[in-house]
Design a protein around this ligand. Structure first.
Ligand SMILES: Nc1ncnc2c1ncn2[C@@H]1O[C@H](COP(=O)(O)OP(=O)(O)OP(=O)(O)O)[C@@H](O)[C@H]1O
Ligand SMILES: [Mg+2]
Length: 281
């Protein structure tokens, strides 16, 4: 589905990351992890054909990526909806199916049926008639996921769909995506800041930091050696008593957070779920 070979990407002469080599197969659930600014959204922009690679090879469905690929369902990190408009959830999802053909008010039965089914899949049927402006963060994420699913895509690109969700709802959404991935043989790439809710379902991890990219099985990528290489500083990968991964020293040092917060003393080990996972639970 996706074949990336020594990809490098950047903007205006500044490299964001380099040497990304990975494949994604049908039915795989892939986490895309890394600190702010590491280039996670940029990877999606490449896959969507919205930004060119600097070098290396990239094939999506055995072709050079180009805009408007109906086989890709995308939930952007920032939705461009005007939440003041009184668009109903159902209409947002239905328009997703018809490829945003605004101006066709009498849409066909097929579109409506597809929208109804997509909302049902994400457990959002009850929200159908509600205006988007009145939804909670978790409800919105379900509707956006329905919008991404409505065209029956083969590849799902979900950019931080768990942001604003409490741990229980994050787990529920991940479970839902995993269900779609397995039952429809869809591949999903999901950007997240806390890997822990994803661990039970993951096939692969794409981990970016410090301009480097590591890709592979969670057991290969989420190790002290692999993450230390990635960050270019010593990083420890630990497991807490509940089996959660805790990364020590792997904060985004470009933001000056390496080594922890204000009430820690030099040399003291700082353990926190990577990155800032504690802020999201
Ligand atoms: N259109 C652009 N022009 C110039 N630089 C850009 C552009 N888009 C992104 N960048 C830069 O590229 C880097 C990667 O950005 P990107 O949005 O991919 O990061 P990210 O990993 O998604 O971060 P976050 O976790 O904050 O969403 C950042 O340094 C960002 O400032
Ligand atoms: Mg981003």
């Amino acid at each position: 589905m996706i074949v990336a070979d020594r990809l490098e990407v950047g903007y205006q002469g500044r490299s964001v990351w380099r040497n990304a080599t990975f494949t994604v197969e049908p039915g795989e659930f892939v986490a895309v992890i890394g600190p702010n600014g590491a280039g996670k959204t940029t990877l999606f922009r490449l896959l969507l054909g919205l930004h060119p690679a600097w070098s290396g090879g990239l094939r999506v469905f055995d072709a050079v990526p180009k805009r408007g690929n109906a086989r890709i369902g995308y939930v952007p990190q920032r939705h461009t909806i005007d939440f003041e408009t009184h668009v109903r959830c159902f209409d947002l999802v239905r328009l997703g199916y018809s490829g945003h053909k605004w101006g066709f008010p009498l849409s066909g039965r097929r579109e409506k049926e597809a929208a109804r089914r997509a909302l049902e899949t994400t457990g959002a049927s009850a929200l159908s008639d509600r205006p988007l402006g009145g939804l909670s963060g978790g409800e919105l994420q379900r509707v956006f996921l329905a919008e991404a699913l409505v065209g029956n895509p083969d590849l799902l690109l979900l950019d931080e769909p768990l942001s604003n969700l409490d741990l229980r709802r994050a787990k529920a959404l991940v479970h839902l995506v995993a269900d779609v991935v397995r039952s429809r043989k869809v591949a999903a790439l999901l950007v997240a800041h806390d890997i822990n809710p994803l661990i039970p379902y993951l096939d692969k991890v794409i981990y970016m930091a410090n301009g480097n990219v590591a890709c592979g099985l969670p057991s290969e990528v989420l190790t002290s050696a692999s993450l230390s290489r990635l960050y270019g500083v010593h990083v420890e990968v630990l497991r807490d008593s509940r089996g959660n991964i805790v990364i020590v020293g792997g904060e985004d040092h470009t933001e000056g957070e390496l080594g922890g917060g204000e009430d820690h003393h030099e040399g003291e080990a700082v353990a926190r779920p990577f990155p800032r996972g504690d802020a999201r639970t």
